[in-house]
Design a protein around this ligand. Sequence first.
Ligand SMILES: [Fe+2]
Length: 473
Amino acid sequence: MRNTLAFQDKLDRQQNILVVDDSNSVRYAMEKHLSQAGFAVTLAEDGEEGLDRALEGDFDLVITDIDMPRMDGFELCAKLKGEFKTSGIPIIILSTRDSDEHVERGFRVGADAYLAKSADIRENIERIKDIVRARNFLTGSRVLVVDDSSSIRLFLRVGLTENGFTVKTACNGREALDVLDEFKPDLIITDLMMPEVDGFELCRSLKKTEFASVPVVVMSTLSDKAIMRRLMREGAASCLIKPFTVPQLSMVIEEIFSSNFRLLLEEKERLQMEHRLTLSAIASLVQALEARDSLTRGHSERVALIAVGIGEELEFKPAELERLLLIGRLHDLGKIGVRDDVLLKKDRLNTREYEHIKDHSSVVADILRPIESLHDILEVTTSHHERWDGKGYPDGLAGEAIPLKARIISVADVYEAVTSERPYRDSMPPGVALEIIREERGKQLCPTCVDAFMRWFEKTGGEAKLPEDYRNH
Ligand SMILES: [Fe+2]
């Protein structure tokens, strides 16, 4: 969905949401979180009140529960879809009832989405934002109308523009192909019979361009039915029989976009699920490692939190901070391959043992390599024992050749290691750790990261904790 981001701006306009739920706590939680997310929120306690509010207000979205006194969510949906004023408002059913039967009934009465009430309301808010975004995407979409009849072009231009679409017209397939690059349509509506390049050829030519995935709606007269079937096989998204009305056309367009968007949401959901599974698998591995060695228990977590603090000082974006948190948590995972007699040794390690423990920074990449979504961080975890002066391991990288995130982990690692108890010594006070870090600035440790660490330390007194937005991670 190339243009989805282009419509992000539209999200800045405040959207009005009507929340219908008989539970006080749900209503107020939704009000709180949706207002925080920038929406204007109106509340109603049941379907009847919801319907009244919807009819007197001007809403961009209705979110409704199912089980409510006086009028339930299904009835409310059906009534909203049946009223001229409210029929176009998208409806999300948000309910703890999520059997197939309920979901199906929800869609049948006109709901646009069905969300299972999640224990964490912010998850629902994210989905709601997706749906609002889809809605904005729809009304801001760019439609290219291709027809040799000027009256049809005019009819479609006026009708679609009134419905919030951005419209461009072309007299035939050739002209349409010429304006693709400049107009970047989200949808093409084309006549079939046209001079020069007809609708059929336009469909075929489109497939060879970067606009191959743009849905095409073909318009024609009844007599062309056989050809239209052929066109559908060729990849046209839908056919419209002339004459048709603008609401009919809008419905076809809406259906195409919403099914595209549903696919997109499903894909996103699948990826999120995969992400969650990966994270919990990693958490188990880290726990398995730390179970072997009680003294370093919590080490990775604390390193991760300090690293995020340094990342914040370096103005990392949220996605990068999240990555840093993950890297911190699993940077020492390779120690799972270190023998007990070395990992748990109370005395200083001899050279051979030290060489064995050094392998851990490379082993982590071997463990994580099968997980494709983690490939970008393998290099970082491998490099967390490299030194700024080039005297580290495993590759003896120096300076900026060491990935920045690995340099951050090194600083966090030193602070955490010095201030924690080790098999061969007691913990040391933060002041000592600061002194060591200052001393190693430009030697073992990257100066920029040390400076950022110092700023973080100044603000927090060295107390590593997860920022507010990360409570779920
Ligand atoms: Fe390490």
